[in-house]
Design a protein around this ligand. Structure first.
Ligand code: PLP
Length: 394
């Protein structure tokens, strides 16, 4: 068998380990004594219109067409609806023939990385980052180059970025709103990033692509705006997913949007189609393609996450914890109260608090707290966060 695949399959992710531990512990001591902040599973129901649309589709459409294969790149009406929605809301040029329907952001990313990279290429990303980026990039035959971010803001540290480009750089991969930090890249960061990419593309005489991983685009609070990167840098590929915006992570639906104005856009889109084919990702789930076509612009009730963020971030600050300003997604990335985040998480476990050490996100000394949980669980967990801080003399 393939050694790498065996290793990936036999070694569970740290997040999954903690989640499994939580289930076991709940059976031992009672579910009310376990506060599982490990998993990024939406805690808000999908909007009612999702269920209504699915019911309608199941009643009215030709069943063989509804459940049958769509074209490999996705249903034409769905791609048209998405292209129209992006054009209307983001003021960029779109074309349904540059949209590729996928099974969520994970598939969007693996397809895009395989479409862009050749063996030995490098993909630059910024810590903290989604743990699976290493796996996805290596599967595409490339190497993930991990750069630290500005520790005060977790925006890009441009002094590091400028030095990181080489002949082998194929792409820069960003994720804003960010998992695990909750940070949203400012327009200033995006403009500077676009300028560096222009300059490096010129210097190395090739198109260096910007891949933007956007499952949390709509999950932002307090009126914060998420700049649409295609509008700032033309060689951009958007990897989108409905997993979080419509609370449908188990249904596996998302898309890739290649900018029709990118250099060699047609070839790039065809490479996306080729990668989808090579990876076996043709024809995303048909029923959900048709559903999202009718639910463009719809989002789950994110005010629930905003209230959770305010409650948790406010209380933790009061107890002496620090974190960068979390404007989006549903995570807090908090400084551990000792150097070793793993040891800190072990101590937190004593109080039933299940947190994820930041090491796997490329950032030591931090822990991720996923606040996509019930507000009532947060309220019950707060006294334990306080006791934990007191152990460290806070
Ligand atoms: N990218 C980031 C930053 C994520 O947080 C996740 C899931 O949590 C994914 C990609 C994968 O998303 P999906 O479930 O749509 O494949």
């Amino acid at each position: 068998m393939n050694k790498r695949m065996y290793e990936l399959g036999s070694k569970r992710s740290v997040i999954r380990e903690i989640f499994e531990f939580g289930k076991k512990r709940a059976a031992e001591v009672g579910a009310d004594k376990v506060f599982d902040f490990s998993l990024g599973n939406p805690s808000v129901n999908p909007p009612q219109i999702v269920e209504d649309t699915l019911r309608e589709l199941l009643q009215t459409e030709d069943m063989t067409a509804l459940h049958g294969y769509t074209s490999a790149q996705g249903d034409a009406d769905t791609r048209r609806a998405i292209a129209e929605y992006i054009a209307r809301t983001q003021n960029v040029k779109t074309d349904p023939d540059y949209i590729y329907m996928t099974c969520g952001a994970a598939a969007s990313l693996t397809i895009t990385l395989s479409a862009i990279c050749n063996r030995g290429d490098e993909v630059i990303t910024f810590a903290p980052f989604f743990t699976e980026y290493r796996v996805f990039t290596e599967t595409a035959g490339a190497k993930l180059v991990e750069l630290a971010s500005d520790p005060e803001t977790f925006q890009i540290d441009f002094s590091l970025l400028e030095k990181a480009f080489t002949e082998k750089t194929a792409a820069v991969l960003v994720n804003s709103p960010n998992n695990p930090s909750g940070v949203v890249y400012s327009e200033d960061t995006v403009k500077k990033l676009a300028a560096v990419l222009e300059e490096m593309s010129r210097r190395f005489r090739k198109s260096i692509y910007l891949i933007t991983d956007e499952p949390y685009r709509e999950l932002v609070y307090g009126g914060v705006k998420v700049p649409y990167l295609t509008a700032y840098y033309k060689n951009t590929v958007v990897c989108y997913s409905y997993s979080k915006s419509l609370s449908l992570p188990g249904e596996r639906i998302g898309y890739i949007f290649v900018n029709p104005d990118a250099e060699n856009a047609r070839e790039l889109y065809l490479a996306v189609c080729g990668a989808g084919r090579a990876l076996g990702y043709v024809c995303a789930p048909s029923l959900f393609q048709k559903m999202v076509a009718r639910c463009q612009g719809v989002t789950s009730d994110v005010s629930v996450y905003e209230k959770n963020r305010d409650l948790l971030a406010g209380a933790l600050r009061e107890y002496g914890y620090t974190s960068v300003r979390p404007d989006g997604a549903f995570y807090l990335f908090v400084k551990a109260l000792e150097e070793d985040a793993n040891a800190f998480c072990e101590r937190a476990k004593k109080y039933g608090l299940l947190l994820v050490p930041g090491d796997d996100f490329g950032c030591r000394g931090y822990v991720r707290i996923a606040y996509c949980v019930s507000p009532e669980m947060i309220a019950r967990a707060l006294p334990y966060f306080k006791k934990l801080a007191e152990e460290y003399g806070k």
